[in-house]
Ligand binder design. Structure first.
Ligand SMILES: CC(C)(COP(=O)(O)OP(=O)(O)OC[C@H]1O[C@@H](n2cnc3c(N)ncnc32)[C@H](O)[C@@H]1OP(=O)(O)O)[C@@H](O)C(=O)NCCC(=O)NCCS
Length: 161
């Protein structure tokens, strides 16, 4: 059963909460993932809310943001794919179904905005096993391309300064 909440996407959130409040609570959620020093400028956040290349799903309950998930559109060869990141539930609100609500809303919006007629869209993300949350993504139907999968895949990274 879905928990009692309001779900909205990107700048729709401003119909429910003031920009300053959303901005602060968005950062509270992100700090759970990226540490206490994380800061997002108001300019960047406003751009993000209005961007056609990004989608953020917000779950509001008890007058506060309790979960979010974010995706960005990237062009790969001749098609679009969606990279998911910043999936977070507010501390103290885990295990109530809010994470699933955020991801389900995000997927619907990705499909609505970016999938090509007939072909659909690939959604992907990276995830550290140290976070111990693989069960969450499995329960949403995602399959890891780990060592034991049919198409094992390694992410290669290089920082360029
Ligand atoms: C991981 C996280 C997003 C899950 O959100 P949540 O609201 O607690 O999850 P839900 O209550 O919606 O659970 C949905 C399903 O996932 C499962 N699940 C949730 N967290 C899990 C975990 N850590 N390990 C295994 N399964 C998990 C639930 O049992 C449930 O399964 P079911 O529907 O088949 O019974 C949340 O706990 C969180 O923000 N954690 C810290 C940050 C983080 O790890 N974010 C992901 C970044 S990659």
């Amino acid at each position: 059963m879905w928990p009692n909440s309001t779900i909205c996407v990107s700048n729709q959130v401003l119909q429910w909460m003031d920009f300053e409040v959303v901005s602060l609570q968005y950062q509270t959620l992100l700090r759970r993932l990226h540490g206490e020093s994380l800061w997002v400028s108001p300019f960047f956040f406003r751009e993000l809310l209005n961007s056609n290349d990004d989608v953020i799903s917000f779950v509001i309950s008890e007058n506060q943001l309790v979960a979010m998930a974010q995706a960005s559109r990237v062009k790969v060869l001749s098609a679009f794919q969606a990279v998911v990141n910043n999936v977070a539930v507010r501390e103290g609100f885990d295990g109530k179904g809010f994470g699933r609500q955020a991801m389900t809303a995000l997927e619907s919006m990705i499909k609505f905005r970016w999938s090509c007629w007939m072909t659909g869209i690939v959604i992907f993300f990276t995830n550290s096993p140290l976070k111990n949350n693989a069960g969450f993504y499995k329960s949403l139907g995602y399959k890891a391309r780990g060592e034991m999968s049919e198409k094992p895949t390694i992410v290669w990274v290089k920082h360029i300064f």
